[in-house]
Design a protein around this ligand. Structure first.
Ligand SMILES: Cc1cc2nc3c(=O)[nH]c(=O)nc-3n(C[C@H](O)[C@H](O)[C@H](O)COP(=O)(O)OP(=O)(O)OC[C@H]3O[C@@H](n4cnc5c(N)ncnc54)[C@H](O)[C@@H]3O)c2cc1C
Length: 510
C-alpha cells in the first residue's frame, strides 16, 4: 500500500483517540486514526462523565446526544445497602449552577460514549478512520514522524507532522519513545461485574454501598436493568482474574437483595497509579491511559484523558497554523502533567486509600466525616468543584504569566442576561478560537483589541448577575482573554500591552 500523509496521526480509537480526532476536526484539522481492533469497545468500563468533560462535549457540539443517551444525576445520594439505614452521604450539585450549566454526573456506559464519539468523528469528514490497523513501528526526525502500520498484509507507512499516542495503558507509542510508566499497583484486587436485573430491584435507589469488615461492595445502575457491581477488598494483586458465579451472586445479594441475576461479564482487575515522565517527545505526544492511569475511585480516568485531548487539540491546530511549536507543545506536556499527576491522581489516591483500602471502621468514620464536610457550605463547594473537575487549572503553564490575574483558571460559565432579557450561558457565546471578554460597567466600548471575537459584559452588553467575571478582575472593569479551551489566559484592568501578552499566551506570532 502507498504512503499515507496526514497532518496528525492518532494511534488508538478509545474514548481519548476519538476525542482527539473530534477536537482537531472542531479546529478544522484533518487526521488519520488507526485502531487495531475492528470496532470500538463493547465494554461498559468507565460509566461516569464529569461536568468538565460535558463542557468539552458542548464545545464540540455533541453534549445533547450524550445527555439523551445517559442519565444526568443532579443529586448523588450514597445509599447504605442495608435496609433501614440512613444514606451515607448526599451531594446536591445544583449548588454549582452559578458557574456551570446543569451541573451533575452523567452516567453512561463507555461503549456508548465511544459509539457517540465515533459517530461525531465520522460526521466531521475530517478523519481518515482505519480500523483493523495496528501501528507497529514509530520513528521521527526534525521534519515529521512515521508510523509503520499493518492491515491484513504488508506494512505501510503513515507520515505525519505529529503523532498522538492514545493507545491505552500498554501503549506501543510510549514504549517506542522509550518512556517508562512510573508508579505502583495498589494491594487491592477489585472485582467488577455487570449484571442484568429484571425484577423490582431495578427500581432501587443507587448508588448502593455495603461496607463490611472484609471490604466494600457498590452497585451502580448503568442503564435499564443493567447494574455494575464493584467489590473492593485488600488482596493479592496476582490472584486469578476469574470470578465464580456464586461470588457475584453473593455481592448482588448484599447490595440489591436476593432474587437472582444474569451475569453479563465479570473479572478481577489490578488498580495502578502510573504516569509517563513526559507527555511529549518532540513530534510525538501521549494522551489518556497511554500517559497516565489512576484508580477508578472518583471516576476521573477517562475524563482526564478526554480533557488531555481538549487541551492538545487547539495547540496542535495553532502549531499547524504557524504557531510556536516548542512553546505550545511543551505547554501541553507541563499543563497536563501538573493537572493529572498532581491533582487528579492525588485526589483518586486519597479516595482509594480512605474508601477502598482502609479497614471497615476507618471507612465508616470517613463517611461520617464526609457528611460533616458536606454540611459546611464553603467546604462542600470546594469538594464539589474538585469532584466535577471544574476546579482544575493551568496556573504554572509556560505559556502563561503567573503574575497575571487569574492566569490558567477555568473560565466560569455563568448565565448571562441580554438586552432582550433572554438568558444564555457564557460558553454558548464563545467561539472555538480565542476571545476577549470586555467587562465594563463604568466605561464605554471602543478600545482596540487584539482578537476578533469580543464579548461585551456590562454596559451595552450582557449582564452577569453572578458577578463571577468581575471577580476575576478584582471587582473592577477590565479584559479577560480566554483561550480556545475556555481557560483564562489573563485578566487585566488595563489594555496597555494587551496585544503582546495575548500573542505570548496563545503561542501565536505577533
Ligand atoms: C473494566 C474497566 C473498568 C473501568 N472503570 C472505570 C471507571 O469506573 N472510571 C474511569 O474513569 N475509568 C475506568 N476505566 C478506565 C477507562 O476505561 C480508561 O481510562 C479509558 O478507556 C482510557 O481511554 P483511552 O482511549 O486512553 O485508552 P483505551 O480505552 O485503552 O483505548 C486504547 C485504544 O488503542 C488501541 N491500540 C492499542 N495499541 C494499538 C496499536 N499499536 N495500534 C493501533 N491501535 C492500538 C486499543 O485497541 C484501544 O482501542 C475502566 C477500565 C476497565 C478496563
Amino acid at each position: 500500500m502507498a504512503h499515507v500523509h496526514a497532518p496528525i496521526a492518532i494511534v488508538g480509537a478509545g474514548p481519548v483517540g476519538l476525542s482527539m480526532a473530534l477536537g482537531l476536526a472542531v479546529h478544522g484539522v484533518r487526521s488519520v486514526l488507526v485502531e487495531r481492533h475492528h470496532r470500538t469497545s463493547e465494554r461498559s468500563k468507565a460509566p461516569a462523565i464529569q461536568q468538565r468533560t460535558r463542557e468539552v462535549f458542548r464545545q464540540w457540539g455533541v453534549e445533547d446526544r450524550f445527555l439523551e443517551a445517559g442519565v444526568l444525576r443532579r443529586t448523588l445520594t450514597l445509599n447504605a445497602a442495608a435496609a433501614g439505614r440512613r444514606p451515607l452521604a448526599s451531594i446536591d450539585m445544583s449548588e454549582l449552577d452559578r458557574e456551570a450549566d446543569r451541573p451533575g454526573l452523567l452516567v453512561l456506559e463507555q461503549s456508548e460514549t465511544e459509539r457517540l464519539l465515533l459517530e461525531a468523528v465520522r460526521e466531521t469528514g475530517l478523519c481518515d478512520l482505519r480500523f483493523d490497523t495496528e501501528a507497529v513501528r514509530l520513528r521521527q526526525d526534525r521534519d515529521g514522524a512515521t508510523l509503520s502500520c499493518r492491515r491484513n498484509g504488508p506494512e505501510y507507512s503513515l507520515d505525519a507532522a505529529f503523532v498522538v499516542g492514545c493507545d491505552g495503558a500498554d501503549s506501543f507509542v510510549r514504549d517506542a519513545l522509550g518512556l517508562p510508566f512510573e508508579g505502583f499497583t495498589y494491594a487491592i484486587r477489585p472485582m467488577l461485574a455487570d449484571v442484568r436485573i429484571t425484577d423490582e430491584r431495578d427500581q432501587l435507589p443507587w448508588p448502593r454501598i455495603h461496607n463490611s469488615r472484609g471490604g466494600v461492595t457498590a452497585a451502580l445502575r448503568l442503564s435499564d436493568g443493567l447494574w455494575r457491581i464493584i467489590r473492593l477488598e485488600r488482596g493479592d494483586p496476582e490472584k486469578d482474574d476469574s470470578v465464580p458465579d456464586d461470588e457475584i451472586e453473593a455481592r448482588v445479594a448484599e447490595t440489591l437483595g436476593g432474587g437472582g441475576c444474569r451475569i453479563e461479564w465479570a473479572n478481577r482487575f489490578r488498580i495502578h497509579l502510573r504516569s509517563a515522565p513526559r507527555f511529549r517527545v518532540d513530534r510525538v505526544l501521549l494522551a489518556g491511559d497511554a500517559a497516565h492511569v489512576h484508580s477508578p475511585a472518583g471516576a476521573l480516568g477517562m475524563n482526564a484523558g478526554i480533557q488531555d485531548a481538549h487541551n492538545l487539540a487547539w495547540k496542535l491546530a495553532a502549531v499547524l497554523d504557524g504557531g510556536d511549536a516548542g512553546r505550545l507543545l511543551d505547554a501541553y506536556d507541563i499543563e497536563r502533567r501538573d493537572v493529572v499527576v498532581e491533582s487528579v491522581s492525588g485526589y483518586a489516591d486519597v479516595l482509594t486509600k480512605v474508601f477502598l483500602q482502609a479497614p471497615a471502621v476507618v471507612r465508616a468514620a470517613a463517611f461520617v466525616l464526609l457528611r460533616l464536610c458536606l454540611a459546611i457550605p464553603p467546604v462542600r463547594r470546594r469538594m464539589l468543584r474538585r469532584a466535577t473537575m471544574i476546579d482544575l487549572g493551568y496556573q504554572d503553564s509556560p505559556l502563561l504569566d503567573s503574575r497575571e490575574r487569574a492566569a490558567g483558571v477555568r473560565l466560569p460559565n455563568p448565565l448571562l442576561r441580554s438586552h432582550e432579557a433572554t438568558h444564555v450561558r457564557l460558553y454558548d457565546l464563545l467561539p472555538n478560537g480565542p476571545a476577549i471578554l470586555d467587562v465594563a460597567e463604568h466605561r464605554d466600548a471602543g478600545t482596540a483589541l487584539p482578537l476578533e471575537r469580543v464579548i461585551r459584559i456590562g454596559r451595552g452588553g450582557y449582564h452577569d448577575g453572578s458577578g463571577l467575571l468581575r471577580k476575576l478582575l478584582g471587582g473592577r472593569d477590565g479584559w479577560i482573554v480566554v483561550r480556545p479551551d475556555r481557560h483564562v489566559a489573563l485578566a487585566r484592568n488595563t489594555a496597555d500591552g494587551l496585544g503582546a501578552s495575548v500573542h505570548r499566551a496563545l503561542g501565536t506570532q505577533a
